[in-house]
Design a protein around this ligand. Structure first.
Ligand code: BGC
Length: 374
């Protein structure tokens, strides 16, 4: 009891001092609400360079991320809403969300594990997407602000939650370093054999959220190969070379340079919406997944991960209907996501790196978004 009062006091103290010297436009009060009897709030992480990240424990979502351009001008580079109501009312686009239990698609919402067939909700006809109807992005996470630059979020997902077996204990840590790295680490354990693929679904626009499209952003991916999909965005099972196709990002290329090419994969994805296989000798090593450079502002973002893949999605389904922060519409292709992950539909592809988690094993994953200017 005493410890919890102390933690609450520390959290309030951090919150209060965070608000004093903040460039954030969103108001923490707009996130203060009870959901399912649990308190939801907004928490702010800061580093010594003035970078700020606002996170809500509703869905463990990154709401705002302020980074400087080459002249030191701060801009919010992630899509999101000004208030919790925004997230509750809008069509789900997974802005900034923590995704679980399974990031990306599982074909027809079914998979077999140890000869048992499991059935998941079909929330992206004909497949299951991003954990189902009430995935981790819609749950209230327990939260502790551990320091001015660090937040710990915890979640217990009950056995058969959204159709997935095993009671799962998840700990997610968000840390903002003085090297301008946003470090996300995940740890999880399950009481029964299960499948797991956690990721973060932040949408970035390095001009600033709502400031035009991302077609001029230069993307480089550390990936010689990608996993082509069928028309429902489920991997065919092939792992194809990217060379000679619009999927070759081994050298920096504008996202928009080849997006209108006649290409079946681009047609299926309505643009880029594909998993890239990260080049690495050791599948579990922390490695560069890719980087994005926006020449006007000079903002540069690198992504590192322990995962074998990264989903590059460039907002092909954004329609600008829901108004985002500061009333700005987020239109078609005005953001990109680089979701570090195991490959889509892995439970149905024994040849893909395994997503099976068994009792006694510890799931570990790390993703780093690192910001600088050039
Ligand atoms: C998927 C897209 C999907 C989007 C939803 C991405 O991770 O790859 O197909 O539309 O999430 O926001």
């Amino acid at each position: 009891m005493k410890l919890s009062i102390f933690i609450l006091f520390v959290a309030i103290a951090f919150g209060a001092c965070n608000q004093k010297n903040s460039n954030l436009t969103i108001k923490p009060e707009a996130f203060h609400q009870l959901i399912d009897g649990q308190q939801v709030d907004l928490f702010v992480l800061k580093n010594k360079n003035g970078i700020e990240i606002a996170v809500t424990n509703y869905g463990g979502r990154v709401v705002s991320l302020l980074v400087p351009d080459k002249n030191g001008k701060m801009e919010d580079v992630v899509l999101g809403y000004d208030s919790l109501d925004g997230y509750l009312k809008a069509d789900e686009e997974y802005f900034g969300a923590s995704i679980g239990r399974y990031g990306n698609r599982i074909a027809k919402g079914t998979f077999k594990l140890d000869s048992i067939e499991y059935k998941l909700a079909i929330n992206n006809t004909p497949n299951s997407l991003h954990g189902g109807v009430k995935g981790f992005c819609k749950k209230v996470w327990g939260v502790t602000q551990k320091a001015e630059n660090e937040l710990e979020l915890v979640l217990v997902s009950l056995d058969m939650d959204e159709g997935y077996p095993g009671e799962l204990q998840v700990t997610m840590n968000y840390k903002l370093t003085d090297n301008n790295e946003f470090v996300i680490t995940y740890k999880a354990e399950s009481s029964k054999p299960t499948v797991l693929n956690l990721t973060n679904h932040s949408y970035f626009n390095l001009h600033g959220a709502g400031n035009g499209d991302v077609m001029d952003h230069l993307l480089q991916l550390n990936a010689d190969k990608y996993t082509p999909v069928d028309s429902t965005l489920i991997p065919t099972g092939n792992i194809d070379p990217a060379a000679g196709t619009p999927f070759d990002f081994t050298k920096p290329v504008a996202i928009g340079a080849r997006i209108k090419d006649q290409n079946e994969q681009l047609r299926f994805g309505l643009g880029y919406d594909h998993n890239f296989v990260i080049n690495k000798a050791d599948e579990k090593a922390l490695a560069l997944a890719g980087s994005v450079y926006e020449p006007q502002s000079g903002r540069y973002m690198e992504v590192f991960t322990t995962e074998p893949g990264v989903q590059f999605y460039c907002g092909n389904f954004l329609k600008g209907i829901n108004l985002g922060k500061q009333g700005k519409p987020y239109k078609y292709r005005t953001a990109f996501c680089l979701e570090t992950q195991h490959f889509p539909d892995s439970p149905n592809h024994p040849d893909f790196p395994s997503v099976v988690l068994r009792p006694g094993q510890i799931y570990n994953s790390e993703c780093i978004y690192k910001f600088s200017v050039k």
